[in-house]
Design a protein around this ligand. Structure first.
Ligand code: MG
Length: 233
């Protein structure tokens, strides 16, 4: 938490906001309220990412960059940022807009085999929620896509405009697990959001997460579901 200068009223305001948001060391009202909700019978939450978790983002983005801006980017990037480093800011923007287009989404956002079935099973045990870094303007099409492919709970979709971390930390105390591919999100989910169980579908940018004991890497959704059920006990 950022040190606060200024009068005591301002300090009190910032500290109380941090406590409510769950960002303050020690007490977090939201954390205890979330724990209370679970005690009173609310389902625990399973946080589910979309890009590179429900469908393979990288091959799709390779096609989008080629069609939108005429650039051939690496089909097997070694870091999460590599595909974006190969494009200018304008080309990234144009490619992302292009890949969130309705026709393109229908044609190229093909879910991983078994993903929808596994989440439908898991929705009996958890409240499944989707947290994506996609922008708000992609909300309607993304929800339509979730519905079309039979994913459970499509109304529980949260578009986080580039960074989901602030939204997810509010679930501390109620989120049982997170399914996400990005290395920085998985590490943050463990240390900052204190989400106990972290699951990732392996791709060329996150294969080395297997040196983090709290991240469970799987090659397929069937493996991921088995791993998750094992942790659930
Ligand atoms: Mg992702």
């Amino acid at each position: 938490m950022r040190p606060v200068r200024g009068n005591s009223q301002a300090r009190l305001r910032v500290h109380s906001q941090a406590i409510w948001a769950g960002n303050a060391p020690g007490v977090s009202l939201r954390y205890w309220l979330n724990r209370l909700r679970v005690k009173l019978g609310a389902k625990r939450i399973l946080v589910v990412d979309i890009d590179s978790t429900l469908y393979p983002f990288i091959p799709m983005f390779v096609v989008a960059a080629r069609e939108a801006v005429g650039v051939d980017i690496s089909p097997e990037p070694r870091t999460f940022h590599q595909p974006f480093d190969e494009l200018t800011r304008e080309q990234i923007q144009a490619s992302l807009e292009y890949c969130n287009g309705e026709d393109f989404m229908d044609q190229h956002h093909i879910p991983f085999e078994g993903a929808a079935e596994a989440l439908r099973d898991l929705a009996e045990k958890f409240e499944v929620r989707y947290y994506t870094d996609r922008p708000d303007r992609a909300f309607a099409l993304t929800r339509r896509w979730l519905r079309k492919h039979g994913f459970p709970n499509p109304n529980r979709l949260y578009t986080c405009n580039g960074d989901k971390r602030a939204a997810v930390v509010a679930l501390r105390g109620r989120a049982w697990g997170i399914l996400d591919d990005k290395p920085y999100t998985t590490v943050w989910a463990h240390y900052e959001a204190r989400i106990p169980h972290i699951f990732t579908i392996r791709n060329s940018t996150n294969w080395n997460l297997d040196d983090l004991p709290f991240v469970h890497l799987s090659d397929t959704w069937n493996e991921l579901e088995l791993e998750l059920l094992k942790r659930l006990g």
